[in-house]
Design a binder for this molecule. Structure first.
Ligand code: BES
Ligand code: ZN
Length: 898
């Protein structure tokens, strides 16, 4: 079906709706082939439009209308661009009843009402509700919902919707019904229903307000033993939001439902969160530490939306970061607080920043670059991006930094006082945070600060310091610039909070005093860079200090400081800021990777120097450092991060060279530190009974890195002991983290034992879909070596367990391939041919999923030949398909645009 929706939606053109829908009474006769929906709405003309009779245009998609009545009388209607248009309506409030049908089984897009594993589920954000019934499908129209579900009792014993169950009972012909009422007005994107054969884990909690709540986690009957962690995370999130922000649960019942076919991670429907099984189900036997962490974060995230998203929602979809950026900030803070120690918090921060820099920075440098609050879109589903989410969270974090922790809490309180129950904008949020903190560093520069919402691109910050020995002064000059991005050639300066410390050569923190500043001389200061260039002078310094800039990654910028090797080594050894210690190590590794990639052109072998190896050895041996932190320190910057840094220096990217160089460095670290890896393994291999806490998961992460290095080095030395140990661990491990770590060590080293270990693993976990996903991903993300990884991916695409219809499975193989640069970006273009085939194949089934996969070639312009031309051809091949969805069309046409 050719889409008529390839038009641009613009933020500037927002206007309030001509009508409000105040309440809706929905009734569903659920049937997989043909479900009947009756919607009775209380409609009210918007008084702002009084005087003239506006037509009421209701959104609808892939549904069939059978009857329309106004105040009980059938009326005529017409369909125009998919909208149901009603004219000559009463000027007073009226009742509108619409009957329509839809086909859940045919709904492979997993948007609207669909079937999965024999049950019915919904996904309405952003614009799925219009695929269920005709409605004003926009977030600023908020209604109370009453929902009646009718379905066969045996096949669908559980009937759920938002709010509270007020009635249920049996009907004729083996059917039954349930009635749900949600007293909170909500936009339709927060509507949900579930009808399925599920079981649930329950828990009652009493909130601070003294109210009683019922918490439930619904899963298929075999999965009940994987729900404990999700329930614990939910309870923890509830307690945390009360303690940190004074926000309590406003519902008697809060339900989480797991579904295995789901486009996204999870969805915050009011009182009825629907989750991808991947982010609910976890037990030690099937889930890794990373999975446990993700479950906690996602359960927290969706729960936090109940205030930041549901109680206060978005006026329009351009304001998406209002809820997503803020809620990601909240889930990041939650997970940090749950991690406990300062070191564990830093580990979490490093992981978040690594993700931001790898994905969001690349997005902001490519054809999909857009502001945190975008100006236009073709398909809104394409704008659930790392920019809106992760950069949006950094924008909130910077505000919190500028007003302080208590000030931010005050700002949140004011935000809810002003806007509870409303649909608002990013401006409204920033204004509330600022107004609650009139004396803060934010208030006087709020307008300039808000450029973070409007300007795309990653700012560069240059830093240079000068020490004046005669006057014992140090002057730090910071300047900023931001490259042009699509549609934005000129940028105005950003407001950039720069957390700074100064160290002496021995690594001691120095007191920092300004000329004429207050006498207090803390060892960390927050500078605010808001001009193109600014200087800051510190006094009473006996020697040239080593600056520790942008501590904790205080702003989402690319720092270009001319730190010497000595400075970086000082920071790596001594900085009190754990983030900057790690950053100094990454910088040291990065410089070597970049130099080796360049030197490769002259046929030079990549070789790590002794200074670097010694520094890494000292860290690996340093038992005062948490295992998790050591694991991060000893991991080199990723291939895609190296690629982006090369692009910045004007070098065309050859993924094969980067891969070869990084692999060589890994092998050298494995060899040079062999004895240390073995010692670390001995000390950390046995982790005892499983607990997902930060300390034990850190120990497992370090043990797995050690094992990977030992098995890798065995590939060089011909040793068979370490591969044998890894194989044994694959068999004997008592938790998935250890088991997958051992399997991964074998697969990554292309050890002979990898094959039998993979076969054994597959046989052992045949019935566990989420584990089989890991099995696919592991093979697709192995380090490429003579094309065998890509060949394996193509073979796996034919595996009986593979299917593009299940998003998790499709992602486990195909997205994984696009994230494995050397396997994907082949000189013979086979990776791109395969990619184009799959994008087109999936687009016909699930456009949202296809559009995600389509982004795999966003950065084609940065590639060296022959990849660059081949990638362009593949994009053109996709773009040439006439019946492409608007979603995929938007991605490929942006990528190809000059
Ligand atoms: N509201 C989103 C889910 C969503 C996004 C549904 C786009 C439909 C279209 C939800 O709150 C969310 O942000 N989920 C994330 C996970 C989260 C932890 C960042 C997701 O699904 O990836
Ligand atoms: Zn969200």
């Amino acid at each position: 079906m050719r889409e008529g929706t390839e038009t641009l939606v613009r933020r500037e053109l927002y206007s309030a709706p001509a009508y409000w829908i105040r309440s809706v009474d929905l009734s569903f006769d659920l049937d997989p082939i043909k479900t009947l929906v009756i919607s009775r709405m209380q409609v009210e003309p918007n008084s702002a439009f009084a005087g003239h009779h506006e037509a009421l245009r209701l959104d609808g998609e892939d549904i069939t209308v059978t009857r329309v009545q106004v105040n009980g009388q059938s009326i005529s209607f017409r369909l125009e661009n998919g909208q149901l248009v009603l004219e000559n309506l009463p000027s007073e409030p009226f009742q509108l009843e619409i009957r329509n049908t839809c086909s859940p089984e045919k709904n492979t897009r997993l948007n609207g009402l669909y079937t999965s594993g024999g049950g019915f589920f919904t996904q309405c954000e952003a614009q799925g509700f219009r695929r269920i019934t005709f409605f004003l499908d926009r977030p600023d129209v908020m209604a109370t919902f009453k929902v009646t579900l009718r379905a066969n009792k045996q096949s669908y014993p559980v009937l759920l919707s938002n709010g509270n169950k007020v009635e249920s009972g049996d009907l004729d012909h083996g059917r039954h019904y349930a009635v749900w009422v949600d007293p909170h007005p909500k936009p339709c994107y927060l509507f949900a229903l579930v009808a399925a054969n599920l079981v649930c884990r329950e828990q009652r909690v009493v909130s601070r307000t003294g109210k009683d709540h019922l918490l439930q986690v619904y899963v298929r009957s075999g999965d009940l033993d994987k729900t404990e962690h999700a329930m614990q995370s939910l309870v923890a999130a509830l307690i945390w939001d009360e303690a940190r922000f004074g926000l309590s649960l406003d519902l008697e019942r809060f339900m989480i439902v797991a579904v295995s076919d789901f486009n996204m991670g999870a969805m915050e429907n009011k009182g009825l969160n629907i989750f991808n099984t991947k982010f609910v189900l976890a037990n030690p036997a099937t889930a890794t530490d990373v999975d446990f962490g993700n479950v906690e974060a996602v359960v927290g995230h969706e729960y936090f939306h109940n205030w930041t998203g549901n109680r206060v929602t978005c006026r329009d979809w351009f304001q998406l970061s209002l809820k997503e950026g803020l809620t990601v900030y909240r889930d990041q803070e939650f997970t940090q607080d749950m991690a406990g120690s300062p070191s564990a918090r830093a580990v979490k921060r490093i992981e978040d920043v690594r993700q931001l820099r790898q994905i969001q920075f690349a997005e902001d440098a490519g054809p999909m670059a857009h502001p945190v609050r975008p100006d236009s879109y073709q398909a809104i589903d394409n704008f659930y991006t790392s920019t809106v989410y992760e950069k949006g969270a950094e924008v909130v974090r910077m505000m919190a930094t500028l007003v302080g922790r208590a000030g931010f809490a005050r700002g949140m309180t004011l935000y809810f006082e002003r806007f509870d129950g409303q649909a608002v904008t990013c401006d409204d949020f920033a204004q509330a945070i600022s107004d609650a903190n009139p004396d803060s560093a934010l208030a006087p520069r709020l307008e300039a600060f808000k450029r973070w919402y409007a300007q795309s691109g990653t700012p560069r910050v240059q830093a240079s310091g000068e020490y004046d020995a005669d006057n014992r002064r140090y002057t730090l000059t910071l300047s900023q610039s931001c490259p042009a991005t699509p549609g934005q050639s000129e940028k105005q300066p950003f407001v950039i909070p720069v957390a700074l410390g100064l160290l002496d050569r021995e690594g001691r923190a120095l007191p920092m005093q300004f000329v004429g500043g207050p006498l207090a001389s803390p060892t960390e200061r927050l500078l605010v860079l808001e001009e193109a260039s600014q200087s800051f002078t510190f006094i009473n310094l006996d020697s040239a200090p080593v600056p520790s800039l942008l501590r904790g990654f205080s702003a989402p910028v690319i720092l270009q400081a001319q730190a010497s090797q000595d400075d970086l080594l000082t920071l790596l050894r001594h900085d009190s800021d754990a983030f900057n210690r790690w950053e100094a190590g990454q910088q040291l590794g990065l410089e070597r990777l970049l130099a080796a990639v360049q030197a490769d052109q002259n046929g030079e072998e990549p070789t790590l120097d002794a200074a670097f190896i010694d520094a890494m050895q000292a860290l690996l041996r340093d038992e005062s450092l948490d295992a998790a932190f050591r694991e991060l320190l000893l991991t080199l910057p990723s291939e895609s991060y190296v690629a982006e840094r090369l692009v910045e220096r004007g070098v065309a990217v050859d993924p094969q060279t980067i891969h070869r160089v990084r692999d060589a460095f890994r092998a050298q670290l494995a060899q040079a530190l062999h004895a240390d890896w073995a010692a670390v393994w001995d000390k950390h291999a046995q982790t005892g009974g499983y607990s997902p806490d930060a300390i034990s998961s850190g120990r497992r992460a370090l043990a797995n890195l050690a094992l990977a290095n030992l098995v890798l080095d065995a590939a060089r030395s011909g040793d068979t002991v370490w591969p044998g140990r890894a194989y044994q661990r694959c068999k004997d491990a008592t938790n998935m983290t250890d088991r997958l770590g051992a399997l991964s060590a074998l697969v990554q080293a292309h050890a002979e034992l990898a094959e039998p270990a993979l076969a054994r693993f597959h046989a052992q976990f045949q019935g566990e879909a989420l584990v089989i996903d890991k099995w696919f991903t592991l093979q697709a993300t192995a380090p490429e070596s003579n094309g065998r990884v890509f060949a394996r991916v193509k073979a796996l695409a034919q595996h009986p367990d593979f299917s593009v219809k299940n998003p998790n499975r499709a992602r486990s193989l195909l997205m994984a391939l696009t994230q494995n640069p050397a396997a994907f970006h082949r000189a013979d273009a086979a990776g791109y041919v395969f990619w184009a085939e799959k994008v087109i194949e999936i687009d016909a089934i699930n456009r949202q999923l296809a559009a995600r996969l389509a982004r795999g070639l966003d950065r084609w312009r940065t590639l060296a030949e022959p990849q660059r031309g081949a990638a362009q051809e593949a994009l053109q091949r996709v773009a040439a398909k006439p019946d492409l969805s608007a979603d995929v069309r938007e991605i490929v046409s942006r990528a190809l645009a000059a």
